[in-house]
Design a protein around this ligand. Structure first.
Ligand code: THU
Length: 137
């Protein structure tokens, strides 16, 4: 797991990728479109958007699509994820995404932003304190 006390890197550029990825969202049920962009330690960017199912429960969030795409393409080490939605408050990743991000990316920076330019950056460990993971198995 990556853990360091250093300040967050500038993540505006990553956020722009998430904003762009959001345009691909398939969200006919909630009308809530989300984009995510995952940054690898080597500077590669893998994006995702939410894709909804008529059964609702099979819907996948933008963050999990980005991380599963990345891992399936062979990427293993990440430093940050940006998430963009159009909300009245900046939207943090849901609980399921926090868990999956923790297990596959470690304690990355999480940069959340809306379309108006409001933004917030924090470590994933702040969003998921005391996580369950392979250390307990
Ligand atoms: N959603 C995301 O894509 N990411 C989040 O962090 C929160 C929620 C999606 C799932 C669903 O398609 C819609 O937003 C409403 O919950």
């Amino acid at each position: 797991m990556t853990t360091s006390k250093t300040a967050a890197p500038p993540l505006q550029g990553l956020s722009d990728y998430a904003r762009d990825a959001r345009k691909g969202a398939v969200a006919p049920y909630s009308n809530f479109k989300v984009g995510a962009a995952l940054l690898t330690v080597d500077g590669e960017i893998i994006t995702g958007c939410n894709v909804e199912s008529a059964t609702y429960g099979l819907t996948l969030c933008a963050e999990r699509i980005a991380v599963f795409k990345a891992v399936s393409e062979g990427f293993r080490k990440f430093s940050a994820v940006a998430v963009v939605a159009d909300s009245h408050v900046v939207t943090p990743p849901c609980g399921a995404c926090r868990q999956v991000l923790w297990e596959l990316c470690g304690d990355i920076w999480v940069h959340i932003a809306d379309l108006k330019g409001h933004k917030k950056t924090m470590r994933l460990s702040k969003l998921l304190p005391e996580p369950f993971d392979k250390r307990f198995l």
